[in-house]
Structure formats: structure tokens, C-alpha cells
Design a protein around this ligand. Structure first.
Ligand code: FES
Length: 104
């Protein structure tokens, strides 16, 4: 299990435990994190799982071109630390990572 932290759009801080191998989006939605709607179910199409990585304990793997394309064309408020959480796999190295949920 890996501890993930989310700052919800309201500013509420949520700490959850996630299973290695699932996506960050799956862990967030299973734990009711507010602001991650995941309308496409993790197909990298909607950007409603968009978060900013604000405290990375370790560098995240580079994003693939489909994640970069969806962020560029779909996400509002894209920044250098933007990620689509459906495309980030939970690993032990993510322990303590903090995501700012963008929400809508
Ligand atoms: S859930 Fe739709 S892009 Fe991530």
C-alpha cells in the first residue's frame, strides 16, 4: 500500500492508501476524493482526472504522448506539473506524493 495525498478543490486535504498497480485515479475515485470525475473511465480522453503534482517524493515516469496530447487539448489550467492521474500507476516510490486536484 502507498500513501497518496490529495488537496481537493475546496482546500480539504485527503490522505488515502492505494494499491500498487492501480492508477492514481482509480485509488482517488474509490476513496471518494472530490474533484476527480474520471468521466472517460481512465481512457485518457476527458482530462477530468487532471491534477498538479505539488510534492513529488521522486520523479514520476515521463508521460506518454497520448497523455500529453489530452492535457494540451482538453485540460483547463494546464501547467508544467500537470498529470492525468488515470495515466499514473501507483508504485511504492509515490509514497507521500501530494496532488492538487483541479476539478471543474
Ligand atoms: S479519466 Fe479521463 S483522462 Fe483520465
Amino acid at each position: 500500500m502507498t500513501k497518496l495525498v490529495f488537496i481537493e478543490p475546496s482546500g480539504n486535504r485527503r490522505e488515502i492508501t492505494a494499491t500498487v498497480g492501480e492508477s492514481v485515479m482509480q485509488a482517488a475515485t474509490a476513496n471518494g476524493v472530490v474533484g476527480i470525475d474520471a468521466e472517460c473511465g481512465g481512457s485518457c480522453m476527458c482530462a477530468t482526472c487532471h491534477c498538479l503534482v505539488i510534492e513529488p517524493p521522486n520523479p514520476l515516469p515521463d508521460m506518454q504522448s497520448d497523455e500529453a496530447d489530452t492535457l494540451e487539448f482538453t485540460a483547463e489550467d494546464m501547467k508544467d506539473n500537470s498529470r492525468l492521474t488515470c495515466q499514473v500507476t501507483v508504485t511504492p516510490e509515490l509514497e507521500g506524493i501530494v496532488f492538487q486536484v483541479i476539478g471543474r
